[in-house]
Design a protein around this ligand. Structure first.
Ligand code: TRP
Length: 324
């Protein structure tokens, strides 16, 4: 089964990104044929500064490797190392009604947040469909906000096959990342734009300080506390073992423990995950060639798959090129 997902290189990743997406990507590589790419063409809709895009793209690769992505088990490559996706975007755009894109909620949300309403932003779902269809992907792990885009890719696959009386494209299925809301330091969903995130690669001291600043209620130290209503516990249970979670839950309910102590325990489990990752990342940063080689090798392999599908797609619609 081929699993595919794209990662936007939008800057520093945080614990919410890890728990909601990255962790699952890394786990899936054990059992499936996984293609992950850094969506740098998509990022151009919002990042229009070359050095920033170059740096962010590399950072995603470093972050994935540091958090445990294994390049011997799965592919991690740059979207732009498979330029055929932009060609396929055009072929799909001629069988995609404008009305379909008019209904995209993510476009409307982004424009409402002040992102420029460019044609690129508008046709973002077509590029995304091309990403998915060009590798004959079976399953696409994504968050809830991307499900509509996967449905659009399904529609485009069907329209293309029907229009050109062929079976070139496979119907992909979305796999919803566990409906997991990772609380941020203020109790709202963890998000870069809310400023309530724990970054994956800040130093241990900064992380601990931020964790100690989590807002809690004013239940006195001796009194029993409700773990379900506490952000500290909410984060702890996403990172601790089931036995550790159960133990902390009992201490909340028993009373006699202050939030300060729970925060220290949370900072410890955060550091248990991020400490070794921080060290791995520091090593990787020193070896620029290693990261670049990994991206290129994976890109070449992905491109082979894409080229074969593209040949069929061109043939199906009567595009003759010197290449085939
Ligand atoms: N749009 C996705 C996001 O913002 C990123 C992405 C681009 C993607 N192409 C994709 C995800 C293809 C899955 C499949 O998160």
């Amino acid at each position: 089964m081929r699993v595919l997902s794209g990662i936007q290189p939008s800057g520093k990743l945080h614990l919410g990104n890890y728990l909601a997406a990255m962790k699952q990507h890394i786990e899936l590589e054990e059992k499936h044929d996984c293609y992950y790419f850094i969506a740098n063409y998509h990022a151009l809709t919002t990042i229009q500064d070359a050095p920033t895009l170059v740096a962010n793209t590399r950072d995603v690769a470093l972050d994935y490797l540091a958090m445990g992505f294994d390049p011997t088990k799965a592919l991690l490559f740059r979207q732009s190392d498979v330029p055929e996706v932009t060609e396929l975007t055009w072929l799909l755009s001629v069988v995609t009604g404008k009305g379909l894109l008019d209904r995209a909620t993510s476009y409307k949300d982004k424009v409402a947040r002040g992102i420029a309403a460019s044609m690129g932003l508008f046709s973002y779902p077509i590029l995304m469909a091309a990403d998915i269809l060009i590798y004959h992907s079976d399953v696409v792990p994504v968050g809830k906000d991307q499900v509509q885009h996967i449905e659009m890719a399904q529609d485009m696959a069907t329209h293309f096959n029907m229009t050109f009386k062929c079976e070139v494209f496979k119907r992909p299925e979305a796999k919803l990342n566990e409906a997991l809301i990772v609380p941020g330091l203020d109790g709202q969903k963890m998000s870069k734009s809310y400023g309530n995130a724990v970054s994956l690669f800040d130093d241990a001291k900064t992380n601990r300080k931020r964790i100690m600043s989590i807002k809690t209620d004013s239940t006195p130290l001796e009194a029993p506390k409700d773990p379900e209503r506490c952000t500290v516990f909410g984060l702890y249970k996403l990172l601790a073992t089931p036995a550790e979670t159960q133990a902390l839950e009992q201490r909340y309910r028993a009373g006699g423990m202050g939030y300060g102590e729970a925060k220290q325990m949370l900072a410890d489990v955060v550091e248990r995950l991020l400490g070794p990752a921080r060290e791995r990342r520091a090593e990787l940063v020193k070896d620029a060639d290693y990261v670049e080689d990994m991206l290129r090798t994976a890109g070449r392999r992905a491109r082979e798959t894409a080229r074969a599908v593209m040949e069929q797609a061109r043939a199906a619609c009567g595009i003759v090129t010197a290449r085939n």
